[in-house]
Ligand binder design. Structure first.
Ligand code: SAH
Ligand code: MG
Length: 256
């Protein structure tokens, strides 16, 4: 029942993507496309330039959180370094009071969001796995934000109604199971305030959103759900929407 979330990190073999023609050129392309967490991956020079200049993980807390997840045997599917930086900058700019996060993992993105919130701000975060939630809880304590955080354990779609009484919310960040993104969106439309912000990770479907090259049914279903989600955000007429062109694709929309 627990979804396998590690598959999206498996490098795609070059032959799976391109067959075996033009192999030397193609190998370089595949090596680049396998660096799925780098920012600006279409130009590795620019990616390194921005990462060196901004040092998004200069604070040792970020590596400590990544390490805590690795030590617990959790998949390394936290947002990328620059995506973490985007979350923190956006949160510092918007100063949301009430934030909903769907997909806690080890608390990395939640702590990025909390960094931008006022001391009175609350993070309501949803996690399917009890083990992930426990690692996140320890990271929230170590980061000094535990009293501003509430973790709900179980399938998010069943847990979300519990917090509706605290709404409407200022910001919703979606980053859990991809096939549920459309359902999370319907919840968000009802519970995000006008002027509130919707953020969603992985909306480029690991590069397959325009043309799906996946062959396994799980990836195909995820990419289809992400397409449905992206289209509904735009076509619902409820948001003004843009896509931050990070490696994973970070949807950034404001509710009208
Ligand atoms: N936002 C995190 C990464 C989240 S990874 C970060 O960047 O730091 C996705 C998480 O969603 C995993 O921990 C997984 O266990 C959780 N998840 C998967 N299906 C879920 C569901 N139905 N409800 C709630 N959480 C779910
Ligand atoms: Mg993600």
């Amino acid at each position: 029942m627990f979804p396998d979330l590690t598959w999206n990190l498996k490098p795609k073999p070059c032959t799976e993507i391109f067959g075996d023609q033009d192999f030397e050129l193609i190998t370089i392309g595949c090596l680049i496309s396998d660096m799925s967490k780098s920012f600006g991956q279409s130009d590795l020079g620019i990616s390194s330039y921005v990462e060196n200049l901004t040092s998004p993980e200069a604070d040792p807390i970020w590596k400590r959180i990544r390490q805590s997840a690795a030590d617990a045997g959790m998949p390394s599917i936290h947002v990328g370094e620059m995506d973490g930086q985007h979350l923190e900058v956006l949160s510092r700019a918007l100063k949301p009071q009430k934030v909903v996060e769907i997909g806690t993992l080890a608390g990395y993105s939640g702590i990025r969001l909390l960094r931008g919130m006022n001391a009175s701000g609350m993070l309501y975060t949803f996690e399917f796995s009890r083990m992930h939630a426990e690692v996140a809880r320890r990271n929230f304590v170590n980061a000094g934000v535990a009293e501003r955080t509430k973790i709900y354990v179980g399938p998010a779609i069943e847990q979300l109604p519990q917090i509706e009484k605290y709404g409407p919310f200022d910001l919703v960040f979606i980053d859990a199971d991809k096939t549920s993104y459309p359902a999370y969106l319907e919840w968000t439309i009802k519970n995000l305030r006008s002027g509130g912000v919707l953020l969603a990770d992985n909306v480029f479907g690991w590069g397959g959103i325009a043309e799906n090259m996946a062959t396994d049914p799980e990836t195909i279903a995820s990419v289809e759900a992400l397409r449905k989600f992206n289209a509904r955000v735009v076509e619902s007429g409820q948001f003004t929407t843009t896509f931050l062109p990070t490696a994973e694709g970070l949807l950034f929309a404001v509710k009208n």
